[in-house]
Design a binder for this molecule. Structure first.
Ligand code: XIL
Length: 385
């Protein structure tokens, strides 16, 4: 394992640098997620694997909390950096890369025997581009320059990590949920839809070992029909053109949002959702749950009632997902409520803290944790990856 250079050490902070060289002294020993009653342990007996994101930067810094690290080691067989592999974190400008924070998180996961997912080589949604990219001057041959920039980015990331990253969300969220069409970005302006094909091709060339994922947040219910149809249209086009996509990543930020027309997961939702998954798997794609949490923005204030509703919804959803043998990866988008990206986004009208994760602010397991465990226990066995 490589330690950080002096410059990187200064940038990352001394504690982080220590973590990149070995495990932090107070961290429990691995191997991670090995106990039979841990979430990953339960998943493993069915050919599934469980993991979570971990944040190592200013947006989310769960890595800094030793109790979160201990939970990761206890419960998880996989880790995905929450933000640190995104363009916005890796690319201060068009010429340079800064891998400092990504390296730290990945080294932590590896030290404890976790498998690493890469998120994401192209978050194809302008809102999340670094500022410089939004106004980048593509010069006199803009299509060639757009392709060069994209290929260089993907090749550099994939080459740096080699087989240390077993799966990449190559493209994230390129379908506009409202129109079902490709989002318009500085890349599509010059490359059209081909931007997606180029991204997968570059990833395949630089990481031939890796599972390559198209990742998105489409969900069930009539309000999401356009999004689902748009994703299927894209996937069908990619398959037809032999673009090397292996897996549909289903983000799985479930739970009733204020504007969500389908707050529950019942029989009607199950029908819509399975029709979608059936079509995707019929194309030969695998499935992965890449960012699981349960939003509680509009659920009742009472914590016991709220936690139970969250857990019940998770249970129905996960049971449906686990009925697909093509699904082997289950990633939570954070283990502990207080570090969840949902904590301060889309706040509750009553101002109460949101509780979308399997563990509460005191690192205690919630009914959601038990629901995930129960779904793993009930899942049909499948061949593991
Ligand atoms: C989120 C992170 O959790 C936040 O810390 C960050 O501010 C914004 O991005 N879909 C995705 C993830 O694909 O990358 C997002 O992560 C959550 C929604």
């Amino acid at each position: 394992m490589t330690c950080l250079t002096r410059r990187e050490t200064l940038a990352a902070g001394v504690a982080l640098a220590a973590a990149a060289c070995t495990s932090l002294p107070q961290d429990p020993a691995g191997p991670a997620g090995a106990a039979p009653d841990s979430l990953n342990g339960l998943a493993k007996t069915k050919g599934l694997a469980f993991g979570s994101c971990l944040g190592g930067g200013k947006d989310s810094y769960s890595f800094r909390d030793p109790q979160v690290r201990a939970l990761m080691i206890e419960q998880c067989g996989m880790l995905v950096p929450e933000n640190e592999l995104k363009w916005v974190a890796l690319r201060p400008d068009a010429k340079s890369f800064d891998f400092t924070r990504a390296d730290v998180l990945i080294a932590f996961g590896e030290t404890h025997g976790m498998k690493i997912r890469g998120h994401t080589l192209l978050w194809h949604n302008m809102q999340w581009f670094p500022e410089w990219l939004k106004t980048y001057d593509f010069g006199p041959r803009p299509a060639a320059e757009a392709e060069r920039l994209l290929r260089e980015h993907i090749t550099t990331v994939c080459t740096r990590y080699g087989t240390r990253i077993f799966s990449y969300d190559v493209v994230n969220e390129t379908i506009d949920a409202k129109t079902g069409e490709m989002r318009d970005t500085v890349f599509t302006r010059h490359l059209g839809d081909k931007v997606i094909d180029i991204a997968f091709d570059a990833a395949k060339q630089a990481a031939p070992h890796a599972k390559l994922v198209y990742n998105d947040y489409m969900s069930w219910g009539p309000g999401n029909a356009v999004h689902r149809a748009g994703v299927l249209k894209l996937l069908a086009r990619l398959r037809k053109n032999n673009v090397p996509v292996d897996t549909l990543g289903v983000q799985s930020h479930i739970g009733p949002g204020a504007s969500d027309s389908t707050p529950q997961y019942g029989a009607a939702e199950d029908k819509d959702w399975r029709a979608f998954l059936d079509e995707a798997t019929a194309m030969g794609l695998d499935l992965a749950i890449t960012e699981f949490d349960v939003g509680d923005q509009v659920l009742p204030a009472d914590v016991a009632v709220r936690d139970k509703m969250v857990a019940d919804m998770a249970r129905s959803y996960l049971d449906a997902m686990f009925s697909y043998p093509q699904l082997r990866t289950v990633m939570a988008w954070g283990l502990v409520d207080k570090y969840s990206w949902l904590r301060n986004r889309w706040p509750r009208a009553d101002g109460l803290p949101k509780r979308p994760s399997p563990y509460d602010d005191d690192y205690q397991p919630k009914p959601l944790r038990e629901a995930i465990a129960e779904s793993f226990r009930a899942a049909p066995a499948r061949a593991s990856i």
